[in-house]
Design a binder for this molecule. Structure first.
Ligand SMILES: Nc1nc2c(ncn2[C@@H]2O[C@H](COP(=O)(O)OP(=O)(O)OP(=O)(O)O)[C@@H](O)[C@H]2O)c(=O)[nH]1
Ligand SMILES: [Mg+2]
Length: 448
């Protein structure tokens, strides 16, 4: 874990924070539900819920009987008390494990609220953890990503980020900016004393910072792929077998398949996981000069999908293979030409991957090939963390400041470096900037 840092918010929170409560597990009936309480009033509220809760003996689970404000028995619960600062939020906290019945959860949360707590906003527990220096904003974003992770790669990347791998990179960059600022401000003092300062060292330090930013920005593409999935678009002439392949890869009858050319008119999308990486598989209308306006629109949409694809899988009907020259098949980074309906081949197919959805021939090989290409930028990523779009936007701002350094006088240069540092503070959440914090935490679940 990266060493915790203290932000401007911590003083605000430690002084005047109220106590919050929320169900931390998903809504709906379940075997168990966890309710979380955090804030300065936690000890008092615990005492009201049950005299058996011993906040003086924290970090130890116990079984207690919970009552409402008039002493009516509600539930037998397992509880874990935490004392500040050794808790998730850095405040006094209480976690209650109850049966996952809506009535029980509402009754316990309701009792805690009537005794003086407030229903927590989405992500408010984590927001307090950031404010109290338990983690930075980059790690807080990872908390949400860990929860939302649906594939192995998403979970792996989020975990590394949560452990501070990415935060360390941002901190190293921030330190480099501090060193650059010290250089520039130091030389200003010397210049005032009439000493001629060598600018070479500044330029080297500035370039070093830009290089660090560029290394981080390179990971954005891989991050988008891991977080949102790579778009793999199936294209080809009408009747090439696109929808059949789409269904085969998804292992379900998602798209309509028919022997009439021009069956698929619209763009169809479905999610697929290939070896831990999310893929958005796209089926399109057959590419031809269509006279029918609806089909023509479908062809236009297919072309648009081709443009935004991470990988285009172009299908060639085996019939066309018989009449096509071998060199027409492309096998580049973003495009993979393959032959379909290999079971109908009259001759040996060579030099191009051939598949048959009827017999299953070549389908596993195609999946491997897709994985290889889709995973390439992710595999090329140093470490397994990637900058997200919020962080990338701030990094680009910092980079712009460093670019202008070349052409401005030293006094202005110092200001530009400070602006770049502000962008880094914004990334790490060490600014008391509610707009940034609201944007980050609005996508969190309540109770996290
Ligand atoms: N023998 C054989 N027939 C196939 C194979 N794949 C698809 N077909 C047949 O080819 C015809 C067209 O298949 P589709 O999957 O609808 O083709 P499409 O490319 O989506 O066609 P459009 O949506 O009209 O552009 C259907 O009759 C399928 O049964 C295959 O691997 N082998
Ligand atoms: Mg189709």
């Amino acid at each position: 874990m990266v060493k915790a840092f203290s932000s401007g918010l911590s003083s605000v929170l430690s002084g005047g924070a109220d106590t919050i409560v929320a169900r931390a597990t998903a809504a709906g009936a379940s075997a168990l539900a966890v309710i979380r309480v955090s804030g300065p009033e936690t000890c008092r509220l615990a005492g009201l819920l049950s005299p058996d809760i011993n906040m003086a003996s924290p970090w130890r689970a116990g079984v207690v009987r919970l009552h409402d404000e008039s002493g009516v028995f509600l539930e037998e619960a397992i509880i874990i008390p935490y004392r500040a600062p050794r808790s998730y939020t850095g405040e006094d906290m209480l976690e209650l494990m109850v049966h996952g019945s809506r009535w029980i959860v509402d009754a316990v949360v309701g009792t805690i609220i009537s005794a003086g707590a407030r229903q927590a906003a989405p992500g408010e527990f984590t927001r307090r953890a950031v404010a109290n220096g338990k983690m930075d904003l980059v790690q807080a974003e990872a908390v949400n990503e860990v929860i939302q992770a649906e594939t192995e790669w998403q979970a792996r990347m989020a975990r590394e980020q949560l452990h501070g791998v990415l935060s360390q990179e941002f901190r190293a960059l921030k330190d480099a900016l501090v060193a650059l600022l010290a250089e520039v401000e130091g030389s200003l003092d010397f210049e005032e004393q009439g000493v001629v300062v060598d600018q070479g060292a500044h330029e080297a330090a500035r370039k070093g910072c830009v290089a660090r930013i560029d290394t981080l920005l390179v990971t954005v593409g891989a991050g988008v792929r891991v977080r949102e999935g790579a778009r793999v678009v199936i294209v080809g002439k009408p009747n090439a077998g696109k929808s059949t392949l789409f269904n085969t890869l998804l292992a379900r009858e998602r798209a309509i398949v028919a022997p009439t050319p021009g069956t698929t008119r619209d763009v169809l999308e479905a999610e697929l996981e290939i070896e831990g990486l999310p893929v958005i598989l796209v089926d399109t209308a057959g590419l031809r000069e269509a006279e029918d306006p609806t089909e023509a629109e479908g062809v236009r949409r297919a072309r648009r999908e081709e443009e935004r694809a991470d990988l285009i899988v172009a299908l060639w009907d085996v019939e066309d293979y018989n009449t096509l020259c071998f060199h027409e098949f492309k096998n580049t980074g973003r495009r993979l030409d393959i032959v379909s309906k290999a079971d109908l081949a009259e001759q040996q197919i060579e030099g191009v991957l051939a598949i048959s959805c009827l017999t299953g021939q070549g389908v596993d090989q195609l999946l491997e090939e897709i994985h290889l290409r889709v995973a390439a930028p992710v595999a090329a990523m140093e470490g397994s963390v990637a900058v997200n779009l919020r962080q990338a936007e701030a990094l680009l701002r910092a980079r712009k400041c460093l670019e202008t350094l070349i052409s401005v006088p030293q006094e202005v240069a110092a200001l530009e470096i400070r602006s770049a540092m502000l962008a880094l503070h914004e990334i790490l959440g060490s600014l008391d900037d509610n707009e940034v914090l609201d944007a980050v935490f609005s996508s969190f679940c309540v109770g996290k």
